[in-house]
Design a protein around this ligand. Structure first.
Ligand SMILES: Nc1ncnc2c1ncn2[C@@H]1O[C@H](COP(=O)(O)OP(=O)(O)OP(=O)(O)O)[C@@H](O)[C@H]1O
Ligand SMILES: [Mg+2]
Length: 392
C-alpha cells in the first residue's frame, strides 16, 4: 500500500518551553491546572503520545482539550463517541451523492467506455478498470480522525467520551493513535504531516482495552484540591466574595463525600457561587444553601441527603483540623469520629498521584487500593450518562 503523504515532520516549534509555561498558557485561557496535569500536558506535546484523561463528570476533561487548542493556536477537531457509532463516522465515508452526481454528468462518457463491449461481463470489466476514478480522494468525505491526519496545519484532536464507543471503534482508533496514520484500502495510507495533539476522555463507565491504554499517556483527573477549586471559582468571576467562595468550596467538597447518585462537579460549584452572588448572599447558612441546593444536586434522593448534611457542613463547630487528614481511605456514611465533615477523607484525596497504581492499568489494583474507589463508580458514570442526552 502506498503512503499518500510525506513522512511526519516533527513540530518545528514546541508549543511550551516548560511545565510552568503550560500552567501560564492554560491560565491565560481560563483553565487552572495543577503541576501534575500541566506536566502531563507538557509531555503530551513533547512525546507525540495521545493523552487519555479519565475521571468523573465535570472535572475539566473536555475543557482541557478546548483550551489546549486555544493556547497553542491549533484548530480543535472533535470526535464525540456514542454507542453504536461506526467507523465511517470516525474515519471517512465515500461521498455517495457526489459519486452519483459525477456518474450522471458523465453518463455519455461512461456510455462510450462500454459502447462496444460484446457482452455484460466485458462491460462490467471495463467499468471495473475505471473504478479507481470514483474511489479517489476527490470522493472521500473525511471524518474527524482522517481530517486530523490529513490536516496541513497541526490540530488538537479530541476523542470525547471514548468509553461510550463500542469496542470495535476502539480497535479502529489503535492504528490512528499508535502510528498517526490511517489506511484507506482504495487509496493508500495517509500519514500525518503534522502530528496532532490527541486527547481522549473517559468517564470510566467501562474498561478500555489494554492496547488502547498502552498507546496513551494516562491521567486520572479527580475533583480538584480545595485550593485549586477555589482558584477556578475565583477565575470565573462569579461575583461571590473570596471568603464565601472558600466556604462554599468546603461545603461542596462535603457533599461529594456523601453517597450521592451524582456528585457535584466543578461546574456546579461555579453555578452555585453565581446563584448565591445573584441572590446577594453575604453569609452562608444552611437555610440559603438548602434553598438553592438544587443547583448542585439533581436527583430527589440526593437532595434529601444533601439537605440532611448541609447544617453540619456549614456549622463551624463541626470543623476539624486538617492534621487528621492523612492516610484515611474511604467509607461513606460511616465516618470515624472527628471526621464529621469529611475533611480527613478529602485531604487524603488531595494527595497527588494517589491514583497512580490504580489507573495505570494494573489489573485488579482497584480492588486492593481503597482511596479512589469512591471517586467515580461505574454505576455513577452510567447513571450520569443515562441522564445526559447531549448529541455533541
Ligand atoms: N481546571 C479548570 N479550570 C477552569 N474551569 C474548569 C476547570 N475544570 C473544570 N472547569 C469548568 O467546569 C466545566 C465542566 O468541565 P468539562 O465539560 O470539561 O467536564 P468533563 O470532565 O469533560 O465532564 P463530562 O465527563 O461530563 O464530559 C467547564 O466548562 C469549566 O467551566
Ligand atoms: Mg466532557
Amino acid at each position: 500500500m502506498s503512503s499518500v503523504s510525506d513522512e511526519t515532520q516533527l513540530d518545528p516549534a514546541p508549543a511550551f518551553d516548560s511545565v510552568d509555561d503550560v500552567i501560564d498558557a492554560l491560565r491565560e485561557q481560563g483553565y487552572i491546572a495543577d503541576t501534575r496535569l500541566a506536566t502531563t500536558v507538557f509531555l503530551l506535546t513533547r512525546l507525540d503520545k495521545p493523552l487519555l484523561l479519565e475521571g468523573p463528570a465535570g472535572v475539566g476533561k473536555t475543557e482541557l482539550a478546548k483550551v489546549l487548542a486555544l493556547a497553542t493556536g491549533r484548530r480543535l477537531l472533535r470526535l464525540q463517541c456514542y454507542e453504536g457509532q461506526d467507523e465511517t463516522k470516525a474515519l471517512y465515508e465515500w461521498d455517495y451523492g457526489k459519486q452519483l452526481m459525477y456518474t450522471q454528468i458523465l453518463r455519455e462518457k461512461i456510455g462510450q467506455v462500454v459502447e462496444d463491449a460484446p457482452d455484460l461481463t466485458t462491460a462490467v470489466e471495463r467499468i471495473g478498470e475505471n473504478e479507481s476514478v470514483f474511489f479517489s480522494e476527490r470522493f472521500l468525505a473525511p471524518r474527524p480522525l482522517l481530517e486530523a491526519i490529513r490536516s496541513e496545519q497541526p490540530v488538537v484532536l479530541l476523542i470525547d467520551e471514548v468509553d461510550r464507543a463500542d469496542e470495535a471503534l476502539e480497535a479502529v482508533l489503535l492504528e490512528t493513535l499508535g502510528e498517526f496514520q490511517i489506511s484507506v484500502p482504495e487509496i493508500g495510507t495517509f500519514v500525518a504531516k503534522q502530528r496532532p495533539y490527541v486527547l481522549l476522555t473517559s468517564n470510566n463507565t467501562r474498561d478500555l482495552a489494554a492496547a488502547l491504554k498502552r498507546r496513551c499517556l494516562h491521567m486520572f483527573l479527580d475533583y480538584p484540591a480545595a485550593e485549586r477549586e477555589l482558584e477556578i471559582v475565583r477565575s470565573k468571576k462569579t461575583g461571590l466574595s473570596d471568603a464565601l467562595a472558600e466556604e462554599l468550596v468546603g461545603v461542596v467538597r462535603g457533599l461529594r463525600e456523601l453517597e450521592l447518585r451524582k456528585a457535584p462537579s466543578i461546574s456546579e460549584t461555579i453555578d452555585w457561587a453565581r446563584t448565591l452572588a445573584v441572590l446577594g448572599v453575604e453569609e452562608l447558612n444552611s437555610q440559603i444553601l438548602s434553598d438553592t441546593v438544587s443547583v448542585v444536586v439533581k436527583y430527589d434522593k440526593d437532595v434529601t441527603k444533601a439537605l440532611g448534611a448541609l447544617p453540619r457542613l456549614v456549622d463551624p463547630n463541626a470543623e476539624i483540623s486538617d492534621e487528621h487528614g492523612h492516610g484515611h481511605g474511604h467509607g461513606h456514611g460511616h465516618e470515624p469520629d472527628g471526621d464529621v465533615d469529611g475533611r480527613a477523607k478529602r485531604a487524603g484525596k488531595d494527595t497527588a498521584g494517589r491514583h497512580g497504581s490504580v489507573y495505570g492499568g494494573t489489573p485488579g489494583a482497584a480492588q486492593q487500593t481503597p482511596t479512589p474507589v469512591r471517586a467515580v463508580t461505574p454505576g455513577q458514570g452510567e447513571r450520569s450518562f443515562g441522564r445526559r442526552k447531549r448529541p455533541f
